[in-house]
Ligand binder design. Structure first.
Ligand code: ADP
Length: 171
């Protein structure tokens, strides 16, 4: 497909570490479904980034949280995102922007991905107002220190985080 051709059926990949999934991610997925014909949430196996949850755990939590959305596919990948997207027949990469601080990194990634695969378009959705301050990193920090993160992550994720982080600090 040439970069100027119409997209036609939109197969979107929403990639991320999802370590763990937050309500902000969920909000983006709910909106991403509406602008795509098929949405694949792809959990990144990133060896250079130390994750709290293993890839298997992150995929398992994502599958659980996605139960109300059976049309959303959950998958995992490693290596180059655009290569993965291409093997999945995707023509859109979905990403979220919370604040100006996200913009620089996201722009760099989007431009590199465009250079690698010009036929794949990166589409940005603005974070939901209620979740624009929510990040996986911050949620982990707050819960490790005993703070309340109710509503900022799905219930099952909150429980998993408590077991992992508060359990560990009490040891
Ligand atoms: P990555 O390690 O690839 O940045 P993340 O799981 O942190 O993975 O985020 C995946 C995508 O979701 C990124 O585009 C990020 O900007 C977006 N995102 C993260 N948190 C939120 C949020 N609260 N609202 C909207 N988008 C978000």
């Amino acid at each position: 497909m040439s970069p100027s051709a119409a997209l036609g059926r939109v197969v979107a990949i929403y990639p991320g570490s999802f370590d763990p999934i937050t309500s902000g991610h969920l909000d983006l997925i709910a909106r991403g479904r509406r602008i795509s014909d098929h949405l694949v949430v792809a959990v990144l196996e990133n060896e250079s980034k130390r994750a709290l949850f293993s890839m298997e755990e992150r995929v398992e939590m994502m599958r659980e949280v996605m139960k109300p959305y059976p049309d959303v596919e959950v998958d995992s990948f490693k290596g180059l995102l655009v290569e993965y997207a291409s093997t999945r027949g995707a023509n859109v990469i979905l990403r979220g922007i919370r604040a100006v601080s996200d913009y620089e990194y996201e722009l760099q990634m989007a431009l590199m991905n465009r250079r690698l695969r010009p036929e794949i378009e990166t589409v940005f959705l603005m974070a939901g107002e209620a979740y624009s301050f929510v990040s996986s990193r911050l949620v982990k920090e707050v819960i490790a220190l005993g703070g309340n993160i109710e509503g900022l992550v799905p219930k099952l994720v909150e429980e998993r985080l408590k077991r992992r982080l508060q359990g560990e600090t009490r040891k």
